[in-house]
Design a protein around this ligand. Sequence first.
Ligand code: NOJ
Length: 561
Amino acid sequence: MRISQTSDLWWKNAIVYCLDPETFSDHDGDGCGDFGGLIQRVDYLAALGVTCVWLMPFYPSPDRDDGYDITDFYGVDPKLGTLGDVVEFIRSVKDRGMRVIADFVINHTSDQHPWFQEARKSLDNPYRDYYVWRKDTPPDTSKQVVFPGEQDSIWTKDEASGEWYLHRFAKHQPDLNIANPKVRDEIAKAMGVWLQLGLDGFRLDAVPFFLETEGQPNDGDAEPHEYLSALRRFINRREGGAIFLGEVNLPYKEQLKYFGVDGGELTMMFDFMAMQSMYLALARQDARPLAKVLSGRPPIHTDNQWAMFVRNHDELTLDKLSDDERAEVFAAFGADKDMQLYGRGLRRRLPSMLDGDPDRVRMVYSLLFSLPGTPTLFYGEEIGMGENLEQPGRSAVRTPMQWTDGRNAGFSDAPADRLIARLVEGEFGPDNVNAAKAMRDPNSLWHFMARLIQRYRACPELGWGRFEVLKQRATSVLLHSCNWQDSVMVLAHNFSPEEATVEGGLNLDSGHPKLPKDAVLLDLLGNRNVELSEDGSFSLDLEPYGYRWFRVWQPGDNRLR
Ligand code: NOJ
């Protein structure tokens, strides 16, 4: 392994920071965030230490699904700024050594997109086949809808032409027909433009949905995975280091298909399985559900990676848990019906779910950074923002970033009633939780997060290494190791409010039959090294919700300690 590979495959140990330009920072004072505001916050992101910014959709949109309903793949929504502003932003980010990726939605457009407006004009319109139509009355598809309660079918009749169009999401989001070569060309062309302007890749929305072409026109030539791999080859011809970070909420076995042969389709995928089992483990104060899921995670190609996350902009989906397990998580973290969404998730952020317990919150973020994969943060997590349940649906967690305790949380100078979204109120609102305060306090969550980020960046074992759950008897503890080249890390997390003692041991392989006398577990987050026996066994204590990171250190090891 050449060390340069760690920069070639930059995504393997990146720290991704997701933000919505609408709610991050408002420069022109109209109450909506914009790229002018974002540019002013680039140094904040650099100071935190994240290495890749993920922009939620910024394309022109009627905004009926927070920008995931696009009317022009080449444009910038005027309320967010101009193309020039986006390029300025990308340049500023790159100047600070970070990268930028952006959401891209292939599955559908807005019904206001000129293609759809054309398509519905007549059956022989040249854009008709850009979308998916059926002539006969569709069967009951109420079980297949993604937003139950907001949608009752995945087909809607277009009265003008008398046919039904497919929409896996809301009816104002008609599905594109990616089996149509013209649509494929349009998508590639648009991606090419953004790569040319400096993007480092895309977060691909709803991947399994757009790859589903069965029964669609032209499906004869449309092997979906071949399409995804062709698109990936295209972006890498244009830009060698460009990535696809895909949203594929499926069990591991099914997810694997989306990495493709030799890792040639999606570069990264969110690890929804680990995320959901982590919440079950938190609810039970028992690490075993997470240990079990992680132990069953299949190996992936070196070029691929899992993206780990605690929260994102959608509901905290728990759809892969059993009904009883989901009920346990609901009871622990969102018993109020109003906190639940679509029967499968919670519209809350982590600190409020954990009643603001700082030790528990920190344990979860330590865990996030220590799990094998690339940690992905959602804006505001670094300061411990909560949600506003007065906001409709998923917008509860999409409130304006809290910069100060001043007017509109320092987000905007507009009159309060013109803000794009309501601020969080109460305990997690800007009076108590804001970036300015957090940055001044060396003991704040922000500084803790910045330290984790710094540590993570100096521990390639975590992104690159071989992961293993280590056996031990404390059920509340996840003990794991990551081995990379000659280096071994040991990480311990206590899910319980009780102290725990861990009697563990390294799995010494034939290369390391015995450890030298003075080997220790070097404490990477504090100053409490732990003795290591020659056979690799050790004993360590964890505080309530304690977390510890170690690296095996042997005499003669001259790395920074
Ligand atoms: C997944 C996105 O995360 C979500 O916010 C959006 O509503 C749907 N895809 C539809 O684009």
